[in-house]
Ligand binder design. Sequence first.
Ligand code: ATP
Length: 328
Amino acid sequence: MASKITKIGVLTSGGDSPGMNAAIRSVVRTCAYLKIECVGVYRGYQGMIEGDFKALDARSVNNIINKGGTILKSARCDDFRTKEGREKAHTQLIKEGIDAFVVIGGNGSFKGALLFNEEYDFPVIGIPGTIDNDILGSSYTLGFDTAINTVVDAIDKIRDTASSHNRLFFVEVMGRDVGHIALNAGVGAGAEEILIPEQNLGLERLLDSLKRSKASGKSSSIVIVAEGDKTGKNVFELKEYVEEHLPIYDVRVSVLGHMQRGGSPTCFDRVLASRMGVKAVESILEGKSNLMVGIKDTKMVLTPLAEAIKAHTDIDEELIRVSDIMTT
Ligand code: ATP
């Protein structure tokens, strides 16, 4: 077993997501509860390399559970991809007396943590923080629930305009490689079509579906398009294509962009973050390492980081079916 742990570092890395602050708060408070020191590592691995550390006690994380973003800041750090960069980071951690760290981030952040552990046998535990919900080993990643609620809220508003003017809206949502946001928010917002990277329904099917929608008496239509959808056309090209083939439609485009990453986390994300933080610190104290905390069937579970980084999560086929039925 690893030597006694007395000081744990916590950092956020990669893209930010709602719930990261709640997770930081949980790690810090669990350390305080268990009478262990906790150190915040600022700006992800960049701050680790530069020794940008600050001791955090229970009171230093007051009033952050409801805040989006991350108080520790986040960064993409190319230096950490190099052996020299990781060596510098190790020197800084040792100098500060940090015995283990919790990294809140996505796939890339976990790859870096795993490599670091292989090289220095340094205990690391990951917490999945990304709105994409694309990490194996957890049914939900931190920020996903907030993001889909943000998207649903935006689409509800867009629908008001769409139905007032009998318009068709293409709404682009985040998801270059996976369509979880598009599919879940699409079903939740009652979208007429959902275009995701995992399946190519083809442009013909889109036109057919829009024709049917019009014929059935619908006054407005919303089509959700994930960034990485497989039609081969972006939202603006889709607009042109539909206007050319179905002139009955007055088409508009809305790209939701980074607003999907921000905002106050939902209660679900706050609770999930609180549970994950406790599990992460307790796991370190049990001598565990190279694991990611996740949730499955409402229970906290641990998955080897090596597995978590392997692949994307599969799209929910049952939800695709539900979506198809709902657009009847
Ligand atoms: P997101 O899901 O938001 O993209 P992420 O954690 O996957 O989050 P990345 O930019 O891929 O975001 O990774 C974050 C940081 O982790 C990188 O800037 C780099 O410092 C480190 N990292 C990523 N991949 C590796 C790797 N193969 N080796 C070492 N470090 C890595």
